[in-house]
Design a protein. Structure first.
Length: 500
C-alpha cells in the first residue's frame, strides 16, 4: 500500500568542517544525535533519462527507517511529494503507473547506485517537539547504465519535520551560511551523480528564448499546457483534489489555442490533435461533471428546511453519486493507461519539438495575436446576442451554452496574447472569465434539472415521495432565470470595455 508525504528540504555543499552547532537557532533548544545509518539506493529511469529530465526520482533503498521504493514528484523548489511502497524485487506497478505519462512505452532500468553513510540529528524545541531533521551524508555514486565511473561527495540535508514552521529552514540556512556552508548546486543526489559520472545527462528541456514573434507566444502557451497535462497525470491517477478539473482545463486550453491561432499553426497538423484533445477532455469530464452535479445537489439539500425533505432523497443522491463516481473513476484510469492517450502525449511532444508553423508565426504579435482575439470575441458576441433573442427554454439554454464555450476559447486566446499585448488582453481575459462563470451557473442549472428529473423518475417508480425533487427543480429554474435577467447588463459592460 502506497504512503504519500510532503517533503520540504534544502541541500548544502559540505567540506571536512562538518556541521556547525545549530543549538539556539530560532527556537532550537537542542540538537539530538540520532546515530549513523548506512543507505543503499538504486535509482531507476529510462535509457534516455526521462524521469531525471522532469526532476522525478524513482529509487529502491535499503537501510534507514524508511527502506522501500520511493517515488519523488516535484511540487515547487525544495518541495516534493514522496510516495513510498514496501520493498520488492521489481518496480511496483503502482509506481510505474504514476510515471507512465513520462516513460510511455520506455523501460525502467537501474541507472545509478548511491551508497551513503548518513549522520543524523534532530532539531527540537524546548518541549522536545521535532522541528527538522539534519543529516550529513557521505555519498558514493556508481553509474550503472548509459555511462560509467564513480563520484564521491559530502552534503548536508535539512528536512522540515511534519507540522513544523517552514521559517525554521531560513534560520538554519542563515547559520549554515555564516559557517561557510553554501546551498548545493544540484537539486538532488541523482542529479549530481548523473552530472559527475561519465555518460548521458538528462535531455535538456525544450524551453525557447524569450518570446518575440507571434509564433513564439503561441508555442509558449502550447508548451505550458502540454507540461501541465504531464505534471497533473500522477495527481489524477491518485485522485488528488481538483486534479481532474485542472487537467481537463489544460486539454481545453490546448485545443482552443489550436483553433484560435490557425494562421500561426498548420491546422492540417493541429486539427487531428484537437480531436484527440476533445476526446480526452470528454473522458475527464465524465467524472468531473458528475462531481459538480453531486456537490450542487448536496448544497441545495443542505439549504432546505427539514420539513421540506420528503422521502429518502439524501440516500438516493448518495447511492447515485457513489455508483456514478466508481464507474467514472475506473474508466478514467483505463484511459490514462491506453495506447490512445500515450500516443496523444507523443504527438504533443512532436508539436513542441518541431512546431508546424505557418508564415504568420514569424510576424509581430501585436497584429497576429490581436486579430485572432478580436475574431474570437466577435463569435462570442454573436452567440450571446442570438441567445438573448430566444424566448426562455431549450433553444436559449443551448445558445447560452455555446456562448459559454466560445467565451472560454476567447479567454484562453487572450491569456496567450497577454504577455505580448499587456493590459487590454489581460482585461479581456478577466471579462471572459466573468462571463464564463455567469453562463456556467446557468449551464449547471440546466444539468441539475436534468439530473433531478432522472432521479425523480426512479424515485417515483420505487413508490417514493417526489415532492422535494419538484421543489428543487423549481429553485433551479429560478436560478437560471436570474442569470438570464443579469446577462444583458453584464454583456453591455463587457462590450464597452473591449479594447484589444
Amino acid at each position: 500500500m502506497a504512503d504519500t508525504k510532503r517533503e520540504i528540504e534544502r541541500k548544502y555543499e559540505s567540506d571536512d568542517s562538518g556541521l556547525p552547532d545549530l543549538t539556539g537557532v530560532a527556537v532550537v533548544a537542542d540538537v539530538i544525535d540520532k546515530g549513523t545509518a548506512e543507505l543503499d539506493a538504486t535509482y531507476y529511469d529510462t535509457s534516455d533519462l526521462r524521469l531525471a529530465a522532469a526532476s522525478i526520482t524513482l529509487r529502491r533503498r535499503t537501510g534507514g527507517s524508511d527502506a522501500g521504493w520511493h517515488l519523488k514528484l516535484p511540487v515547487a523548489p525544495g518541495v516534493r511529494d514522496e510516495i513510498q511502497v514496501p520493498l520488492s524485487d521489481t518496480v511496483p506497478d503502482e509506481l510505474t503507473g504514476l510515471v507512465r505519462a513520462r516513460i510511455r512505452e520506455g523501460q525502467l532500468v537501474p541507472v545509478v547506485r548511491l551508497r551513503s553513510t548518513r549522520d543524523l540529528r534532530d532539531l527540537v524545541d524546548a518541549d522536545g517537539r521535532q522541528l527538522a531533521e539534519v543529516s550529513v551524508d557521505t555519498v558514493r555514486a556508481d553509474r550503472l547504465f548509459g555511462g560509467e565511473g564513480t563520484a564521491q561527495w559530502t552534503e548536508i540535508e535539512v528536512e522540515l519535520a511534519d507540522g513544523a514552521n517552514p521559517a525554521i529552514l531560513d534560520k538554519v540556512e542563515k547559520r549554515l551560511r555564516k559557517a561557510g556552508v553554501r546551498p548545493s548546486k544540484s537539486t538532488s543526489k541523482l542529479a549530481r551523480a548523473l552530472a559527475e559520472t561519465k555518460g548521458g545527462h538528462p535531455r535538456p528541456k525544450d524551453e525557447p528564448a524569450e518570446p518575440v514573434t507571434a509564433g513564439d507566444h503561441v508555442l509558449a502557451y502550447v508548451r505550458a499546457q502540454r507540461d501541465a497535462i504531464l505534471d497533473l497525470d500522477p495527481a489524477v491517477r491518485q485522485d488528488a483534489e481538483e486534479s481532474v478539473h485542472d487537467m481537463r482545463v489544460a486539454t481545453r486550453r490546448l485545443r482552443s489555442t489550436f483553433k484560435s491561432f490557425r494562421t500561426v499553426l498548420d491546422r492540417k497538423v493541429t486539427d487531428p490533435i484537437g480531436d484527440e484533445l476533445k476526446w480526452l477532455a470528454g473522458e475527464l469530464g465524465v467524472g468531473r461533471d458528475h462531481e459538480v452535479l453531486a456537490e450542487r445537489l448536496g448544497t441545495v439539500l443542505d439549504e432546505l428546511a427539514p420539513t421540506l425533505l420528503h422521502g429518502p432523497v439524501r440516500d438516493r443522491l448518495g447511492a447515485w453519486s457513489k455508483a456514478e463516481y466508481g464507474g467514472a473513476r475506473r474508466r478514467l484510469l483505463g484511459v490514462l493507461d491506453s495506447a490512445r492517450y500515450l500516443t496523444l502525449l507523443d504527438t504533443l511532444d512532436a508539436v513542441v519539438a518541431e512546431p508546424p508553423v505557418l508564415k504568420a508565426a514569424a510576424k509581430t504579435p501585436s497584429k497576429v495575436l490581436a486579430g485572432a482575439v478580436r475574431k474570437d470575441f466577435a463569435k462570442v458576441s454573436t452567440l450571446v446576442e442570438e441567445a438573448m433573442e430566444q424566448p426562455p427554454g431549450a433553444d436559449r439554454d443551448l445558445g447560452l451554452h455555446e456562448a459559454r464555450k466560445k467565451a472560454k476559447r476567447t479567454r484562453y486566446a487572450a491569456e496567450t496574447a497577454t504577455p505580448a499585448l499587456g493590459g487590454p488582453a489581460k482585461a479581456l481575459a478577466k471579462s471572459m472569465k466573468s462571463l464564463q462563470s455567469l453562463l456556467g451557473d446557468h449551464q449547471d442549472s440546466v444539468m441539475v434539472r436534468t439530473t433531478l428529473g432522472e432521479l425523480s423518475a426512479v424515485a417515483h417508480a420505487a413508490g417514493e415521495d417526489t415532492f422535494t425533487y419538484g421543489l428543487l427543480y423549481g429553485r433551479e429554474e429560478r436560478r437560471a432565470a436570474r442569470v438570464e435577467e443579469t446577462l444583458p447588463e453584464e454583456w453591455k459592460a463587457i462590450k464597452a470595455s473591449m479594447e484589444v
